[in-house]
Design a binder for this molecule. Sequence first.
Ligand code: MN
Length: 277
Amino acid sequence: MLYTSIHHLLGVGILDWVAQLPPVGFGMRVLMLSDIHGNADALRVVLESAGKWDAVWLLGDFVDYGPEPHVVIDIIRDLRPDALVMGNHDNAVAFDTDCRCAQEIHELSEYTRREVSLKLLSREQIEWLKTLPKTVEIILDGRRHYIVHGSPRNPLYGYVKPDLQPAELRLSLTPSMVALRPKPVEADVVAVGHTHVPMSITVDGIKVVNPGSCGQPRDGDPRASYAIYNTEVGSVEIRRVWYDIERVARKIGELKLEDRYSKWLTAILRAGKVQPP
Ligand SMILES: [Mn+2]
């Protein structure tokens, strides 16, 4: 009896320990998520539909626009992400400064920051936002990964878009112009967010991935967007999943915002692209 108990305890202990070791040699499935923007419903559906993952990388902009920034922060902290960077909206909320986002949506962003994010987030959550790094570098399966919300050139505010001219695209991947011969970031894979448009392109041998926006897509497809990245083969799969947009619309309604802003916000979620107010 005593032996069985000790054996049992020992066995469970070793199994627990083995379960905590990272998988070796089979590649990892990395769940990449960006621009959740207070949309906890979209986030939950993505986490349920993504299947098993070995690591999760979060590319910033957890707050503003959506009705539940406080819930989003609770969920992502519970996930214990392997990489986590600050977005321009996280920075704006944390340090009470401008988000410098696109003119067509700037007014809505300011309104929701004041009337939603700053009212619903706890003091402690705002302090936590202040601690987020702007860039994270990870080496996995021999590949160097550079993780940032905007661009290596401009971590909070830069846009990496496929329609940039090759020279601009190269510049956006160049962290500093101070060096005598500026050169692109030393990475095999650069993961970015910020544009709310999914992308997977190769620039000068660097794979640049944007998983799109989980909580406020702007490419004309209203479904939540995310990416599954396989570290061994280096493949990226962009996925889209429906979530209950009308449920989020009701939550926006319950906040009793000014009509102009609640309608504007809801129209963007339904269309999956920026709409005029
Ligand atoms: Mn964003």
